[in-house]
Design a protein around this ligand. Sequence first.
Ligand code: B12
Ligand code: SF4
Ligand code: SF4
Length: 271
Amino acid sequence: MERNEIIRLATDFTNISPHNFVPEAKALLPEMSGMRIFEPPILAFGDAADDCFESLKEPFAVGEHFMIPEQWLNNAKTVISFFLPFTEQIRKGNKKDMSWPSAEWLHGRIEGQEFVVKLTIYLLNNLVEAGFDSVAPILDPRFSVKKYIEGSTLRFASCWSERHVAYVCGLGTFGLSNGLITKKGICGRFGSIITAIPLPTDKRKYTGINDYCSMCGVCAHNCPVGAITLEQGKNDRICSEFIDGITKKCSPYYGCGKCQVGVPCEVSVPK
Ligand code: B12
Ligand code: SF4
Ligand code: SF4
């Protein structure tokens, strides 16, 4: 299987799968019925043996619980990372009231993540049927997210951080808001697969972890609870407590994402 075939499979699935549309039975508002969630994804292919994966075990990066590709799959050769940009309807919806997540955004968070899982399973099945061992960490029982206190800071870190993986594969760099900015912007969701298929890999077109961020501070201005500052970056405690409050009111839906809309990095790398 070639790179182009994998890109074509991901693009076609995103274009035609009914899972990429909000079903009538789940629509939070009548006009949300049939709403498309994602535009076609961009993909990057990373070398599973890239030393940069090992560097994510450093305490200041992700931490020693981060599992490198070889720990997930001992014959790992390639890491496929993808970014699914949200449609204009979802992005626009979340700009109407900058203090509360819109119904469109809530669908993007919940049915959007369900679609990320469907696309991951679809690609995984195609790779396995073509004869290549493959693992999707988010579907693996070993996947976990650690929540811990470091000094006075609340930190979260998963053993497979999709943004860090996307960074290593060449999809983009971190913003002041801590979101990952790709050439299709920051507003969307990530997924990935580790596979034994050897494929030509992408070169990172950056050297620093914040290269694509202009440090304009608009995300800080947008944040309804002041979780982002130019001086200190993003505070996960403030952000997660706000999202916990939304969960209490909207469960099973939740989300926020005001730092990802109405920003110069929304759909592209800011100039
Ligand atoms: C836990 C979690 C949260 C927590 C904590 C966030 C966090 N610290 O990562 C909370 C609840 C706060 C949260 C909030 C949100 N989340 Co969240 N979350 C996750 C989750 C499950 C794990 C994140 C993780 O492992 N982080 C690891 C820690 C270490 O990350 P970090 O501290 O930010 O990393 C810094 C250091 O590593 C530092 N660094 C220091 N040295 C070095 C060296 C190197 C080499 C590198 C690379 C970095 C580095 O740079 C990084 C940036 O400052 C991921 C899904 C996943 N499996 O990855 C989604 C994920 C990060 N969330 C996502 C989203 C969209 C959101 C929300 C918008 C909620 C919503 N959907 O409405 C908000 C946005 C918050 C924000 N401004 O980023 C997306 C990100 C999309 C994007 N464009 O970046 C993800 C990837 C989900 C997905 N599948 O797409 N989230
Ligand atoms: S809004 Fe500006 S400061 Fe914030 S992440 Fe985007 S480019 Fe960086
Ligand atoms: S998700 Fe919301 S609360 Fe969290 S940093 Fe972004 S704007 Fe602030």
